[in-house]
Design a protein around this ligand. Structure first.
Ligand code: NAD
Length: 258
């Protein structure tokens, strides 16, 4: 479909829950470009819907990976190593916070909710890079995560997830520094609001999306497809010199003052 050939690449995509997931759009575009993919799913609850999405794809390993458990992450990458031998692409498209922590006063965020959100949404990139990057030893590789502008500015309702995204964006830079000499690149896409399972539970999400469309330079919201295309670029050799980057795919919203 696009003139990017990934037929010599192997990758794993983590974070598909259903057909609306950003990770699903990314998996599809990587698959269309010829990449051989393994798909990781969180647990039995989402397994069937994920399996249905990739039912037509040949030889696609489906691997359970709950990122709250390091042994589970290690086992998932052991399985990928057994199946593929090596890896070129890792997509981390995972976040979670308790619903009660995605609204109301941020000052009321409890210790356990804080810990959970940071653990799943930010820390998880570390074991993924730790166990995934050794599979990228030969030819280097690309690790990609998804962030949101609330890492830098206040979006009421996004609350603890803003703190988690700030941590995640810092990790992108530190991991890029750690892994750069192995030719492993680490980048993030900072996406504008998109209707998914995760975004819908954020208080004021509808307002956030409406205001984004009203005030961004392009006067509209982004599409999932636009995020997927940017992911294709960051996962391919076209972005070979880019690491530690936070690429905004947000119709320019982040540049505006008012
Ligand atoms: P989504 O709900 O489809 O995806 C979130 C995924 O995280 C799900 O597949 C879920 O299974 C997975 N997950 C949660 N806890 C997990 C765990 N313990 N182990 C393994 N997987 C776990 O929603 P989405 O919007 O596609 O979110 C994907 C990423 O994009 C998130 O990091 C999110 O913050 C980010 N993002 C989303 C938007 C948006 O507006 N939707 C904007 C910017 C960034």
């Amino acid at each position: 479909m696009y003139p990017i050939d990934l037929s010599d690449k192997r990758g794993i995509v983590l974070g598909i829950a259903n057909h609306r997931s950003i990770a699903w759009a990314i998996a599809q575009i990587l698959h269309q470009a010829g990449a051989k993919l393994a798909i990781a799913y969180q647990n039995e609850r989402v397994k069937n819907s994920v399996a249905k999405l990739v039912a037509d794809w040949d030889d696609t390993p489906l691997i359970e990976c709950d990122v709250s458990d390091d042994d589970n992450v290690k086992a998932a990458f052991d399985t990928v190593g057994d199946k593929f031998g090596s890896l070129d692409i890792i997509v981390h498209s995972i976040a979670f916070a308790n619903r009660e922590d995605l609204g109301g006063p941020f000052v009321d965020t409890g210790r356990e909710g804080f810990r959970l959100a940071l653990d799943i949404s930010a820390y998880s990139l570390l074991p993924i890079a730790r166990y995934g990057s050794p599979l990228m030893q030969q030819n280097g590789g690309s690790i990609l995560t998804l962030t949101f502008q609330a890492a830098n500015r206040v979006f009421p309702g996004y609350n603890i997830m803003g703190t988690a995204k700030a941590a995640l964006e810092n990790e992108v830079k530190q991991l890029a520094s750690d892994l750069g000499q192995q030719d492993v690149r680490v980048n993030a896409i900072s996406a504008g609001p998109l209707d998914t399972l995760s975004s819908r539970v954020i208080s004021h999400y509808r307002d956030m999306k409406r205001i984004h469309a009203e005030r961004s330079p392009m006067r509209r919201n982004i599409t999932t497809d636009e995020v997927a295309k940017a992911a294709l670029f960051l996962c391919s050799d076209l972005s070979g010199g880019i690491t530690g980057e936070i690429l905004h795919v947000d119709t320019g919203y982040n540049i505006m003052g008012i």
